[in-house]
Write a protein that binds this ligand. Structure first.
Ligand code: S3P
Length: 179
C-alpha cells in the first residue's frame, strides 16, 4: 500500500521517466500521466513546434500551467512523468511537492547520451559533438536542481526496469513508515 497521493518522476531526458512511470502505474494500480504528452495534446502541436513558435519560455509556461491545473484538481492516484526541464522553475518544484512524493531517476551522462542522441522529438538535442557538449553542460547544471527537487533518488544505470520499480516502491514505503 502506498499512502502518497501521487508519485512524480523527475530526471534528465532519457532517464526513463515515461517507461518507468507506465510500468510503475501498472504495478501500483495508479493512473499514468505524461506531462509532455498532455501538453502536446492540449496545444495540438509537437514539442518541437511549440519551441519553434513560442520559444523555450513559452513551453516552460505551458509546463507551469499544466502543473497548476493538476494541483487545482486535487488529483490523486497518479504517476506523473515530467519533462526533464520541468524542475527548473521554483514554482513547479513547489507544485510537485504539493502533488506528492518526488523521485529522481538519476543516470550517468554516457547512458543518457546513448539513449537520446538519435531522438528526433527533443528540440534541445541533435546528434552532433556540439550538441553532446551542450547537453553535458546542461546535465551538470541540472543535477543540483534535481537533488533539491526530489524526496529520493534512484540510480538507474545498472538496474533493470523491475529493479528500478522495486527501488522506488521500497523507498516510498520506507519513508512512509518513518513519517
Ligand atoms: C526537456 C525534456 C523533454 C521535453 C522538452 C524539454 C528538457 O522531456 O520536455 O524537450 O528541457 O529537458 P523528456 O525529459 O521526457 O525528454
Amino acid at each position: 500500500m502506498i499512502k502518497h497521493q501521487n508519485i512524480i518522476l523527475i530526471g534528465f531526458m532519457g532517464c526513463g521517466k515515461s517507461t518507468v512511470g507506465y510500468e510503475l502505474a501498472k504495478k501500483l494500480k495508479f493512473n499514468f500521466v505524461d506531462a509532455d504528452a498532455a501538453i502536446v495534446a492540449k496545444a495540438e502541436k509537437s514539442i518541437t513546434k511549440i519551441f519553434s513558435e513560442q520559444g523555450e519560455a513559452g513551453f516552460r509556461q505551458l509546463e507551469t500551467d499544466y502543473l497548476s491545473e493538476l494541483c487545482k484538481q486535487n488529483i490523486t492516484g497518479q504517476i506523473l512523468a515530467t519533462g526533464g526541464g520541468m524542475v527548473l522553475n521554483k514554482k513547479n518544484r513547489e507544485y510537485m511537492k504539493q502533488l506528492g512524493v518526488v523521485i529522481w531517476l538519476d543516470a550517468k551522462f554516457d547512458l543518457i547520451w546513448q539513449r537520446v542522441k538519435s531522438a528526433k522529438h527533443r528540440p534541445l538535442v541533435s546528434n552532433t559533438e556540439e550538441s553532446k557538449f551542450e547537453l553535458s553542460r546542461l546535465y551538470d547544471a541540472r543535477s543540483s536542481v534535481y537533488a533539491q527537487a526530489c524526496d529520493f533518488k534512484v540510480e538507474i544505470d545498472k538496474l533493470s526496469i523491475d529493479e528500478i520499480i522495486l527501488g522506488i516502491v521500497e523507498s516510498i514505503r520506507y519513508s512512509e513508515k518513518s513519517e
